[in-house]
Every structure is written in structure tokens, then in C-alpha cells.
Design a protein around this ligand. Structure first.
Ligand code: SAH
Ligand code: SF4
Ligand code: F3S
Length: 465
């Protein structure tokens, strides 16, 4: 069972927040926390809650590990290199802890929801003071209180299908671009993926809770709302509502702002949803639809529940309904049993769909998943070769897509200072494409019309009209 945290459970944690704040108030200087989120936007969004609770407890924040009184690593388990990075950083902390034995070290997030990882931390990282699973994020105040008062190690990783914790304080990374989780967990069990094991079952937040958060963010100056879920298209199934309905409700909120979402599963992206998006003028014209592979044979082994043909039909419908839509995707190279013929089908799909850009990954076996048990005869070297070939194809396809924007006038949300020229501004179009242009810094946070004059392979250049 998944469940919503009760008011009583929340009150208990609020009480611990006060107790830790009291302890911290007795210090000469307020304590400083270093919180690092290693993973996806959901993980970063959890990090905002962790920081929100820490701020309530009297912590200030530092981007540096050195000098911190509390170091909290919010980890990701999606690929081996994500985990290696965490272990590398954790190892390096040994010497910080020697310098400052009072420093508290905590590890939370997806990685520690795996038993073999927790065992390794217990065994090899004695300087870690607490480990906290993904379903008990809201108990950070209690864990910190306990560790601060008795200095005994805490490992809190209850078995659970997942919780929804409303009402936690938040410390957002940005006021302009705001992430709002709409659902947690995943039920899809793609055979390569660890997420369903570490994040629990799908559960949706109440629409009213989401709307309240979105309205508050917009009142506070947010102009870019990113709705988060592992598979946003299945939002609301258990509540008798749908993602289309949620988009419509958000689109009805007054003001000029933009609504984006991450991620969509192609199997659940229906024509009805695309029609709804076409009608909602605040919703982004960007479809991030992770295809993973262009081979129906591999898609079946991946348990993706769609075929190459279905995906192509879906993207054709998007192009027809929303001609200015941009499409992007995730690709995995070297899934167990994939051969060069399968891989070539991925390349041809990329050419056919004409993606703006891609997130590309070499398959990484995850302990406990089905794919990790499948025979995987292709060498790492060979997979590396395919991977480079994929990048070349995407480079070409992406450049073509970006060149297609030149000459167009696009509505751009100005987000800050750009990188392409000294003093230029940067923003994103409704297609989620980066545009750099010259203008006054006062435009940051506003929407402007920009004529696209040139295309690089990762950004557009333009001038305000
Ligand atoms: N829920 C999202 C994806 C989350 S993980 C979705 O389904 O779209 C983000 C991406 O990481 C996936 O789309 C996939 O391309 C990649 N990925 C996940 N597990 C992986 C693995 N074991 N090896 C390589 N890439 C992986
Ligand atoms: Fe992983 Fe598939 Fe769920 Fe995405 S939909 S999180 S890839 S299991
Ligand atoms: Fe990583 Fe967990 Fe996100 S495994 S990708 S941080 S949901």
C-alpha cells in the first residue's frame, strides 16, 4: 500500500525540527549544510524538500563540503557511473571528517534503497552517520535529532510501496523555474531500469494540492512550471482524473507562464493527450518521449509496451496536430542481446523522427533487474563504437532541426545571462530550445519575442523584435 503522511506524522517531524533548531540556536555560529543531489529532476526536487527542512532547523547552506557541519548526499542509482560518483565523493569525505569529527554525514536517495549498497556503506564507509531511504525523506528532522543527541549511526530504510508527504517546507533552487512533483514512483518495470525498485509504486498527488502549489509559485514570480513524474501520462489514474485534465486546470490559471513536464512514456501518450496539449496555450511545445530503441524486438525485451511503428505513428500525429512541436528522446545503446541490425533501426528512427536533441546512454546493468540476467555478448568496445556512431547521426539531425528555426520569431522566457557572447541574455522557447540574444538585464524573468538569426548545435542566436 502507498499512503499519504498523516497530519500527526507531520506534526511529529515539525516538533523534531523545533528541537534541532533549539540545539542549533545554542551554537556560536549557525551551522552550515552541504546538500548535493546527484540525480534527475525528481531527485533535485526531493533535495529542495531536504533543504527546506534543514532551513527550518536553522541550517545555512554551502556549496562546499569543507567547513560544513552536515553533508547530505541525495543519490541516484540509474546507471553505474551515477553510483560511482557518489562512492567517490563519499570516500573523499573521510578526510573531511578527520579534520572535523563533529561533521555529520548522511546519505539518502535512490541508491540506498538497494540492500547491497547499504551493506557496502555500512562496511566500507564508517564515517557515514545516517542512511535514509526514499520513503522516509520526511523523517530527516527526527534522524538528525537522534544522531545529534546520541551520535549513534542510524540506518532507516523501511520496506514500503511509497508515501506522499504534503506540507513539508521547501527551499527552491530558483524562483523563476519551479519544479512541482505530480506523482511519485513507477509501475512500468522496464527490464533495464532500477527506478521502480527504489521509488516504489505509482502514486499521484491530489489535484488541489498541485494547483495550490502552482498558484503560489506563480504568485511568487515563477514563469516556468515543470511538472514531474517518472511517467506523468499515468497521472491521476487512481484518483479518477487524468494528466490531460490536470494540464487543462493548470492552463486555466491566470497569467503568462509556461508548463512543461517530465517524463512521458510513449505507451501512455494518447491522441487525447496530444489534443489536450494542442489546446492548452501555456503548455510547452516540447515532447520528450523516451523511445530507448528503434527496434521492436529490443523494445519487447525492454518491456516498453510499444513498437517502433506505434512510436512513429505517435510522433507523426504530434507533427500533424502541433506543427511547431519539438521532439526529444532518450536512447539506450547496447541493451543485452541488441545487435548491429537493431542498432541501425534506432539510427533510422532518429532520422525519421528528426529529434531536436537526445539523451544517450550506454546500457548499464542494474542488480535485481531482469535485463541484468540476460545474456549480453556484445563487448564494451563495440558498444562504444555504436555510441559514437549514434552521436554523429544525432549531431547531423539536431543541426538540421535547429537550422529550421532560423528566421522564425519565437516567444522566449528570458532566464538569465547567456554563454555565447559577453553580456548576452539567455532564455528558452516554447519548444524548450535555448536562445541567446542581446538585451537589458531587466528582461530577466519576462517573455520577449526573439527573431532567430543563427543556429549552433546546442543553442540558437537571435535578436529581440
Ligand atoms: N521515467 C523516465 C526515465 C527515467 S531514467 C522514462 O521512462 O522516460 C532516464 C533515462 O535513463 C531513461 O529514459 C533511460 O534512457 C536511461 N536509463 C535508465 N536505466 C538505464 C540503464 N540501466 N542503463 C542505461 N540507461 C538507463
Ligand atoms: Fe524506468 Fe521505465 Fe519507469 Fe521510466 S518508465 S522510470 S524507464 S521503469
Ligand atoms: Fe536516479 Fe532515482 Fe532519478 S535512480 S534518475 S534519482 S528517480
Amino acid at each position: 500500500m502507498t499512503y499519504k503522511i498523516t497530519a500527526e506524522e507531520l506534526a511529529v517531524q515539525k516538533d523534531y525540527m523545533r528541537r534541532v533548531a533549539d540545539i542549533n540556536a545554542q551554537r556560536e555560529l549557525p551551522p552550515v549544510a552541504h546538500v548535493h543531489s546527484f540525480g534527475c529532476q525528481q531527485n533535485v526536487s526531493d533535495g529542495e524538500k531536504l533543504k527546506g527542512m534543514l532551513a527550518e532547523m536553522g541550517y545555512g547552506f554551502s556549496p562546499e563540503v569543507r567547513g560544513a557541519d552536515l553533508v547530505l548526499f541525495n543519490t541516484c542509482a540509474v546507471r553505474e557511473n551515477a553510483e560511482d560518483r557518489v562512492f567517490g565523493n563519499l570516500g573523499a569525505l573521510k578526510h573531511n571528517k578527520k579534520e572535523n569529527p563533529d561533521m555529520l554525514v548522511g546519505v539518502c536517495g535512490c541508491m540506498v534503497q538497494q540492500e547491497h549498497i547499504t551493506e557496502k556503506i555500512k562496511r566500507s564507509f564508517p564515517h557515514v552517520d545516517f542512511v535514509m531511504g526514499t520513503h522516509v525523506l520526511h523523517t530527516l528532522p527526527q534522524i538528525i535529532y537522534e544522531v545529534l543527541t546520541d551520535r549513534k549511526r542510524r540506518i532507516s530504510i523501511p520496506e514500503c510501496d511509497g508515501v506522499i508527504a504534503e506540507g513539508l517546507p521547501l527551499k527552491r533552487e530558483s524562483g523563476l523555474k519551479v519544479s512541482v512533483p505530480i506523482m511519485y514512483g513507477c509501475n512500468n518495470f522496464c527490464t533495464y531500469c532500477i527506478v521502480p525498485y527504489v521509488r516504489g509504486r505509482e502514486r499521484s498527488r491530489d489535484t488541489e494540492d498541485i494547483l495550490r502549489e502552482v498558484r503560489a509559485a506563480i504568485n511568487n514570480g515563477a514563469r516556468d512550471i515543470l511538472l514531474l513524474g517518472q511517467n506523468v501520462n499515468s497521472y491521476g489514474k487512481e484518483l479518477g482524473t487524468s494528466f490531460s485534465e490536470l494540464l487543462r486546470r493548470i492552463n486555466d490559471i491566470e497569467g503568462e507562464f509556461r508548463v512543461c513536464y517530465m517524463s512521458s512514456h510513449p505507451k501512455d501518450a494518447t491522441r487525447g493527450l496530444i489534443d489536450a496539449i494542442a489546446e492548452c496555450e501555456k503548455v510547452t511545445r516540447h515532447f520528450h518521449l523516451p523511445v530507448q530503441s528503434g527496434s521492436s524486438r529490443i523494445l519487447k525485451l525492454m518491456n516498453r509496451h510499444y513498437t517502433r511503428e506505434h512510436y512513429l505513428e505517435l510522433t507523426r500525429y504530434i507533427r500533424e496536430k502541433i506543427p511547431d512541436a519539438a521532439l526529444t528522446s532518450d536512447i539506450i545503446v547496447g541493451f543485452p542481446g541488441e545487435n548491429y541490425e537493431d542498432f541501425k533501426e534506432t539510427l533510422s528512427l532518429i532520422r525519421e523522427v528528426r529529434f531536436d536533441s537526445l539523451y544517450t546512454f550506454i546500457y548499464s546493468p542494474r542488480k535485481g533487474t531482469k535485463a541484468a540476467e540476460m545474456p549480453d555478448p556484445v563487448s564494451a568496445e563495440e558498444k562504444g563504437k555504436w555510441f559514437r556512431e549514434l552521436l554523429e547521426v544525432q549531431q547531423e539531425v539536431g543541426e538540421n532541426a535547429y537550422r529550421g528555426y532560423v528566421g522564425k520569431v519565437m516567444r522566449v522566457l528570458c532566464e538569465g545571462v547567456g554563454r555565447t557572447r559577453d553580456g548576452c541574455l539567455t532564455g528558452k522557447t516554447r519548444q524548450n530550445v535555448i536562445v541567446d540574444f542581446d538585451g537589458d538585464r531587466e528582461l530577466i524573468g519576462q517573455f520577449v519575442n526573439v527573431e532567430i538569426t543563427d543556429a549552433l548545435n546546442w543553442a540558437l542566436l537571435g535578436k529581440i523584435v
